[in-house]
Design a protein around this ligand. Structure first.
Ligand SMILES: [Zn+2]
Length: 218
């Protein structure tokens, strides 16, 4: 009797341990399911979140530029909504997210970031910040001229940061799909200026999987 009871207990324990292991493996395998991992303090407002993303992108590029023997990248940012006067706005008539080389500033209005977040997901909004930062890297490397090929390179640069975050477990497959959805939607609405959604997805994927040094063929 005693022996049977012990065996049963052992069997139950084994099954419980197995279930626990499976649940644990499942959780680890999925990674952060809901959103890019950010500290609580960064989640207070849209602009604190944007600033956190920018610091993450900036920290990543600091290392890349050091590896490339380049000076530390510098950029200013402005998250205010349209209505303020931008040095580049008059020429581009663009009040959306953009990088202005004249004042070395990234403009990503909080209302647009919020709209992207609610329509496509948080990582689509993060991607836009990484893309504009990519233009800053181009300005540092090649000067201020921007064309379509540079747009795809900015997508590739953003992908390089996304791949780094993915490998750190701070970004999930679902996050990456948000960027693709954004590129299938509004991100693909400007095929002449930015490239088709297919070109953009390819550029992003290339950066993610091959890294920033392979972002030169655009
Ligand atoms: Zn761009």
């Amino acid at each position: 009797m005693t022996s049977t009871a012990t065996k049963r207990t052992t069997a139950v324990r084994f099954i419980l341990a197995l279930l626990t292991a499976l649940v644990f493996i499942g959780a680890v395998g999925q990674g952060p399911a809901e959103a890019m991992t950010v500290p609580r303090s960064a989640r207070r407002t849209m602009s604190t979140w944007q600033t956190y993303v920018l610091h993450s992108v900036d920290g990543y590029w600091e290392n890349v530029m050091a590896d490339w023997g380049q000076p530390e990248p510098r950029v200013r940012y402005n998250w205010r909504n349209p209505g303020v006067s931008y040095q580049c706005a008059a020429s581009t008539r663009n009040l959306g997210p953009f990088y202005c080389s004249k004042d070395d500033t990234m403009y990503v209005p909080t209302n647009q970031a919020r709209h992207t977040w609610t329509t496509y997901g948080d990582f689509a909004a993060a991607f836009i910040i990484a893309h504009e930062y990519g233009h800053n890297i181009q300005a540092e490397l090649y000067g201020p001229k921007v064309n379509r090929y540079r747009e795809l390179q900015a997508d590739c640069f953003a992908g390089a940061w996304a791949g780094y975050m993915f490998r750190k477990g701070k970004v999930s497959n679902r996050d990456v799909k948000e960027v693709y959805r954004w590129m299938n939607g509004v991100g693909g609405n400007d095929p002449v200026g930015h490239g088709t959604s297919r070109q953009r997805k390819n550029a992003f994927y290339k950066g993610m999987t091959k890294g920033p040094s392979k972002c030169s063929g655009f």
